[in-house]
Ligand binder design. Sequence first.
Ligand code: ADP
Length: 265
Amino acid sequence: LRANFSVIQNEAGFVSGLITVLHDVTEQEKIDMERREFVANVSHELRTPLTTMRSYLEALTDGAWKDEKIAPQFLGVTQNETERMIRLVNDLLKLSKMDSKDEHLNKEWVNFVEFFHHVIDRFEMAKQQNVTFKRKLPNTEIFVEIDEDKMTQVLYNIISNALKYSPEGGQITFKLRELNEKIEVSISDQGVGIPKENVKKIFERFYRVDKARSRKLGGTGLGLAIAKEMVEMHGGSIWASSKEGKGTTIYFTLPYEPAQEDEWL
Ligand code: ADP
């Protein structure tokens, strides 16, 4: 807190009052610090793939292009890095759109049970690992007002992590339950888990428990930060619980008003 004092004098020069203005500088300083840190992170995240690409391209220019075995490998690396940079920039654009508040929700009434099944189906068809899916979804219809594209993105980010961090033969459990004026969605895996002191941090931009591992798995470190923004835009909340070596569960809620059956009676 910073205080500014102004002395009020009357015509004769006598002090007749004192104005005190208190500024909450801590909040502004915090925002500035976060912004600087964010820019530093972005620069670093972009420099890493670029320097990798530079060295592979240098090697190719220096003659590796003539080697039929090595050349495709090196080109493959530069292609992977390019893909990751595109993902990173796309994620950054999503976040900056939401930050600048010119992003709005395209809400529609959607039966969340059916919608959730569809998203899980898509992952189940595409998955290449030996991981089983278990669904604990109600058989009823639950209509919520959501932006389907954004909610798909939220689920996509959470489920791809669950798959990325799942062990061979692991199980991913999908749950949906109705609570008092909200629905709760949870996605649990039996993967590496997250150390207790870091569980809250995983929703921060660029935070990763294991940087090298996340990078190897193609992560940008922004997936959960985006999910958090999108869930909060819907008026819900998101959190995680995890046990190291046992697995992780990501939960989120969305506002829900059970249908008033007698409304039109
Ligand atoms: P990333 O692109 O690195 O996956 P995210 O924002 O999606 O970025 O996640 C941030 C970090 O949280 C990950 O790097 C990882 O350390 C941790 N994390 C997220 N989901 C899981 C999970 N299901 N199991 C273990 N760790 C996870």
